[in-house]
Design a protein around this ligand. Structure first.
Ligand SMILES: NC(=O)C1=CN([C@@H]2O[C@H](COP(=O)(O)OP(=O)(O)OC[C@H]3O[C@@H](n4cnc5c(N)ncnc54)[C@H](OP(=O)(O)O)[C@@H]3O)[C@@H](O)[C@H]2O)C=CC1
Ligand SMILES: O=C([O-])CC(=O)C(=O)O
Length: 275
């Protein structure tokens, strides 16, 4: 477990986009009692960003816990060094953990007594019940259905006609299914949309049996996630309707606040927590 300096939790933020900038700004404003912003690492070490550090060495020196909010490739590049340095790693780009080699490497480092790998719930809720139900016995059904604005689902690997069909959807048009398959494939093919699928798979303890549908819905301003599961202790359904983050409509505005909530639980001596 990370050694915390003094009575405060020092937070390093990797990435200064929609989520990272929100988290860094909130920490500077004192939004999480007991936590302070240690440093921010942008891709180019942008000195204009408050608390900017030039490189990962600088971020590790400034932080007890590192929030990864920079995308899957950045989690792959920096995650092992964060854990090896004995810092906790709060991952937001959870879809990158669909890469079995990366997941094995990160969990090996945590098992070796380095920092902990922490998965942020991000745009989701209800994961506590999903984990509890999975502990009660094998789940008979786990499903995630996500719908969001069509433009946010366009991927670089799509051919032009397919991408154009999504962009051309208008209010009043029916939702279009852009993916129907398992959680690992969803996370790989939609790295900016299906981090939630990876999070459900990790909570359920199984990637292959989590059925994921992604829908392009031109008719709602909300990004919706419906998590359904069933097992020996009951049947469950959680539905979230998140407003998109104005800085990045592919990302729900809830995510930065979910990071702050996770950090609040890491503050030493926190009076209470949703454990
Ligand atoms: N778990 C969940 O529920 C969710 C997870 N996510 C994931 O969170 C991640 C961040 O989302 P969001 O903030 O909206 O994305 P943004 O694109 O708004 O921001 C990402 C930022 O990270 C920067 N970055 C990329 N690589 C590096 C690097 N190696 N070092 C430092 N900075 C880097 C980018 O810089 P540049 O512009 O130079 O590339 C950009 O400023 C995404 O991977 C996204 O998929 C998003 C939503 C929900
Ligand atoms: O922010 C969201 O609603 C979900 C998302 O993009 C992701 O999981 O990648």
């Amino acid at each position: 477990m990370t050694a915390v300096h003094g009575a405060v939790l020092r937070v390093g933020v990797l990435g200064h986009g929609a989520i990272g900038a929100n988290v860094a700004g909130a920490l500077r404003r004192g939004a999480v009692p007991g936590a302070v912003l240690g440093g921010v690492l942008t891709r180019g070490g942008d000195a204009a960003v408050p608390a900017s550090v030039p490189d990962m060495r600088g971020l590790l020196a400034s932080a007890d816990v590192v929030v990864e909010a920079a995308g899957g490739p950045a989690l792959r590049e920096h995650g092992p060094a964060v854990l090896a340095a004995g810092r906790d790693l709060l991952a937001v780009s959870v879809g990158a953990l669909a890469d079995e080699d990366l997941f094995r490497e990160l969990t090996r480092l945590t098992a070796a007594g380095s920092g902990r790998l922490l998965v942020c719930p991000g745009a989701l809720g209800g994961l506590d019940a999903l984990r509890a139900a999975a502990l009660a016995g094998p789940l008979t059904r786990v499903r995630l259905t996500s719908s969001k604005a069509p433009a946010s689902l366009v991927q670089p690997w799509m051919d032009e006609p397919a991408a154009d069909r999504l962009r051309a959807l208008r209010p009043g048009d029916s939702p279009v299914t852009v993916f129907d398959g398992d959680a690992r494939e969803a996370a790989v093919r939609f790295p900016r949309n299906a981090n939630v699928a990876a999070t459900v798979a990790l909570a359920a303890g199984d990637w292959a049996s989590v059925r994921v549908r992604l829908l392009a819905d031109p008719d709602t301003p909300l990004t919706r996630h419906v998590v359904e599961f069933a097992g020996p202790v009951g049947e469950y359904r959680f539905e979230l309707g998140n407003l998109p983050d104005p800085a990045n409509p592919a990302t729900s505005g809830l995510v930065a606040h979910a990071v702050l909530r996770s950090l609040a639980d890491l503050v030493p001596g926190a009076a209470w927590r949703v454990a």
